[in-house]
Design a protein around this ligand. Structure first.
Ligand code: ADP
Ligand code: ZN
Ligand code: ZN
Length: 832
């Protein structure tokens, strides 16, 4: 592993005299500077200031939370050293491997290490929090035994003494930051692992709230009144056990009725804690118990064989949609746990953490113990709590989105990256890491196995598998020999010729949906833009309404009655007349999901329709409710953006419609074909997953394109070979590595001048093992009020790119080009 070379090391003004016995620590702070800072460690805090610990330190005029990178007994010459104000952790927040991983990320993605650590940890908003050390039952029993007589234990003297002290203090010890604990973090951790102690964090004094959950108990549902029938349907088929208020709301019944049904023995109820991480559809969920089929079995055996080796490895599980990959993942996790190790499962969408999390809890958790869920939609308190459960060793399986790769599990045995090709694994802000690639590095650091799963692997990954760098496991058929959905192309040119109308719902798609409705199966309709219309044009002069901050056209949102920029979020009133020529021939062009929903409602008035996109699903609960309603059969048609294309296992979907396959093909991006192929194949995978056969209709103006053709045949290998040929010709990944460098500033003069200056640094390197293109105006020439110029670096040698880019950052620093003006994106997914 390459460690970070700090460009410089700053120190802070003195607060007292230095003594010879004093020790120091280097602290990474979340500031955009590629350096650490040295602070003195007061004696009382020594035990709690360890590499990986969070500390509160003075920085400039404020206090900041940072992470200790290393301890040292020397401070920079002639420097003025300030003191650590508080130690915030009982045990270091980052275990050694994660500290190392963070440094790798900082180095590889050229990000300030303090910002990397900030991204790895739950927000340190709760500086005032008071962690408590609490005796567990096992700890109490042991402590009492030890008090009564000398007993043989696995504890040393200091540990025994500490247990005794805790017993005296009624089993609880509150840790005051900066205070002395009288025990080393290592010893503390040992006792935590053996289950004698627990760390409890009282989060803003909140107690766990309880709620009343109701379930169906009666036997037959006959001879029920209408309202009772509704309750029966909700509790037995649509949802499962529900909290009382939710049941009343959904069934529209009075508390009195439910009480009566409880008395009559038709219902039962119990008290349960309201856990914000908990999934309301969780209770009563039993996962289907499948015995693995032959294909799954052989994949699983190969995974187990890897475990036996006990060393780092990467496997690619290439399984068509519906081949039962989840089952293989779960068995692998089970096997990992049985070996005393821990596991992470990364999924590309928050919605999927709920689904996979639910299955994991059903498999591995008596209640919710053992499984933690981490994603960005959790509140700070929830996130901190889940994180703490992982750090203390209570949770041994983590399910989460990209940043969950930094979960502080120890003794990691397995990292699963589901749908490894998904763009959402890439973070598009500092640090710009790719969750899958970090997963592989983490697995390597921890001697663990990385298991990448996909029906449509990224070109890079499949290339590595073909090369033998990764082991390829293939599952080529669906479970139970179900057929892949039949995919048909709807040529929009012919549809238009026949109807003379540009309707986003072609005649064929309309007929298909009507058929679904008559058979009472479900349809999923996908469109890749949200909003009502994604362009507002003047018919008279041709001007389009652009964002004031970006070179992007504004999207019309009808229900909110305004225009929105999907890049910077700015809004404008809906124009009545053209702002350029004042004509009133303003028209809206290009359908979005809101428009499509409206049309479907018009064309299918009786159908139960819902829409799922970032406008309708702003919270986790909204996601769950819509997805739950669809999965439970309470909806006929679900309209949505690509968030619907991934992973979901809806059993009654027989038709999937794709409104336009072309919008992703026409993007100015070398990955356009790959994205289109992946999207179409994934979408096709949502149909016909249950016992009913599925049908997919793809509407397009370019039916000949190979991305569309190969998707129709669901032929990954054919697509891979054609696309690989193109990448080789064009010298794109996987044949070369890319880095995108953007110079940006609100003032165009600055952006131009700085990019010229930077090209002086780059010019002499061009042609020496790498190609440097630019500066050119970026495809998104203006974004969030900033003007943007672009360099593209290409080299078959990643280490060379890192070296040159690191030099570029130093050059900018030396030439007073502000760090914020430079955006460096290593292995970029888009070049916009
Ligand atoms: P994938 O992730 O590969 O698209 P899933 O893991 O979602 O597929 O599995 C598809 C469906 O097949 C699920 O409903 C799952 O419960 C079911 N399934 C998985 N394994 C088996 C099996 N061995 N026999 C029968 N059904 C199975
Ligand atoms: Zn005009
Ligand atoms: Zn904008």
């Amino acid at each position: 592993m390459v460690l970070l070379h700090y460009t410089r090391n700053e120190t802070a003004p003195p607060t007292r005299h230095r003594e010879m016995t004093e020790s120091y620590c280097n602290v990474a702070l979340p500031v955009p500077l590629r350096t650490t800072f040295t602070y003195a460690v007061p004696d009382a805090m020594r035990a709690q200031v360890q590499p990986g610990s969070r500390v509160l330190v003075p920085f400039r005029k404020k206090a900041m939370v940072g992470v200790v990178v290393e301890l040292t007994d020397t401070a920079p010459e002639g420097a003025k050293i300030r003191e650590v104000q508080k130690a915030l952790d009982l045990i270091p927040a980052l275990p050694p491997k994660l500290l190392e991983l963070g440094q790798w990320v900082a180095n590889y993605y050229l990000a300030p290490v303090g910002e990397v650590f900030r991204a790895m940890l739950p927000p340190a908003t709760d500086v005032a929090r008071k962690p408590q050390i609490v005796l567990t039952d096992a700890g109490r029993t042991l402590a009492e035994k030890l008090k009564a007589a000398t007993t043989l234990t696995d504890l040393d003297g200091a540990e025994t003494e500490f247990l005794g002290r805790l017993l005296e203090k009624k089993g609880e010890l509150t840790f005051a930051p900066g205070g002395k604990l009288g025990i080393t973090p290592e010893a503390l951790q040992r006792m935590l692992r053996r289950g004698y102690l627990e760390i409890r964090e009282t989060m803003q004094g909140r107690k766990r709230k309880m709620q009343n959950v109701v379930a169906w108990k009666g036997k037959d549902a006959e001879q029920l009144g209408k309202k009772e029938q509704r309750i029966h349907a909700l509790l037995e088929t649509e949802r499962g056990p529900l909290p009382m208020p939710q049941l009343r709301k959904l069934a529209q019944v009075s508390r009195g009725l439910i009480d009566r049904m409880l008395r009559d023995g038709l219902l039962e109820s119990w008290e349960e804690p309201i856990d914000p991480v908990e999934d309301p559809f969780d209770t009563g969920y039993t996962p289907p118990a499948h015995t693995l089929n032959e294909t799954q079995e052989s994949a699983f055996n190969a995974i187990r064989a890897r475990f036996e080796l006990g060393e780092f490895g990467v496997q690619l599980l290439h399984g068509v949609t519906g081949s039962g990959k989840t089952e293989v993942y779960l068995r692998s996790v089970q096997d990992t746990l049985a070996r005393g190790k821990t596991a992470v499962i990364l999924v590309p969408e928050i919605a999927l953490t709920l689904w996979i999390g639910r299955q994991c809890r059903a498999w591995f958790g008596a209640r919710f113990e053992g499984v933690a869920v981490l994603h960005s939609a959790l509140s700070d308190v929830e996130r901190a709590r889940e994180w703490q459960r992982v750090r203390s060793g209570e949770a041994r399986v983590v399910v989460g989105t990209r940043s969950a790769i930094f979960a502080p599990l120890e003794n990691l045995g397995l990292v699963i990256v589901d749908e490894e090709q998904e763009n959402s694994y890439k973070q598009e802000e500092t640090p710009r890491y790719h969750g899958r690639d970090v997963a592989i590095v983490r697995a390597k650091l921890e001697n663990a196995l990385a298991l990448l799963g996909s029906a449509t692997p990224s070109l890079e990954t499949y290339h590595n598998a073909v090369n033998g760098k990764y082991e390829l496991l293939t599952m080529a058929s669906r479970v139970e020999n179900r057929n892949l959905a039949a995919v048909e192309i709807v040529d929009l040119r012919t549809d238009f010729q026949a109807t003379q109308k540009a309707n986003p719902i072609s005649q064929t798609l309309h007929a298909g949906i009507a058929e679904c409705l008559s058979f009472q199966t479900q349809a999923l309709v996908l469109i890749n833009r949200r909003g009502y219309s994604w362009s507002v044009l003047c018919r008279s002069c041709g001007a389009s309404v652009q964002c004031v901050n970006c070179s992007i056209s504004m999207t019309y949102h009808k229900s909110r009655n305004r225009l929105e920029c999907h890049y910077c979020g700015s809004i404008q009133a809906v124009p009545k007349v053209c702002s350029k020529c004042e004509s009133n021939y303003v028209y809206f062009f290009g359908e979005g999901s809101e428009h499509l929903e409206e049309r479907l409602r018009k064309e299918f008035p009786g159908a139960r329709i819902a829409r799922l996109d970032r406008d309708t699903a702003r919270t986790k609960r909204q996601y769950q409710e819509t997805l739950g309603a669809f999965a439970g059969g309470a909806l006929d048609i679900l309209v949505g953006t690509q968030m619907l294309a991934k992973g979901h296992d809806f059993q009654r979907v027989t038709l999937v419609g794709v409104i336009s396959a072309d919008s992703s093909l026409s993007m100015p991006d070398f990955r356009a074909a790959e994205r289109t192929f992946q999207l179409l194949t994934q979408v096709a995978g949502r149909a016909g997953r249950g016992e009913l056969p599925g049908r997919v209709l793809i509407q397009t103006y370019y039916p000949e394109h190979y991305a569309v053709q190969d998707a129709v045949r669901q032929d990954y290998v054919s697509f891979y070979e054609r696309e690989l040929h193109f990448r080789r010709l064009m010298m794109y990944p996987p044949f070369t590595s890319l880095a995108n460098v953007i110079v940006r500033h609100p003032n165009p003069e600055n952006a131009i001048q700085w990019s010229r200056r930077l090209s002086e640094y780059f010019a002499p390197h061009d042609g020496k093992g790498l190609r440097i293109l630019g500066p050119a105006s970026a495809p998104l020439a203006r974004l969030k009020m900033e003007h943007r110029y672009q360099f593209l670096l290409k080299s078959p040698k990643k280490s060379l790119l890192t070296k040159i880019l690191s030099g570029a950052l130093a050059f900018c620093e030396a030439n007073e080009i502000p760090g914020t003006a430079l955006l460096v994106d290593m292995d970029p997914l888009t070049l916009l």
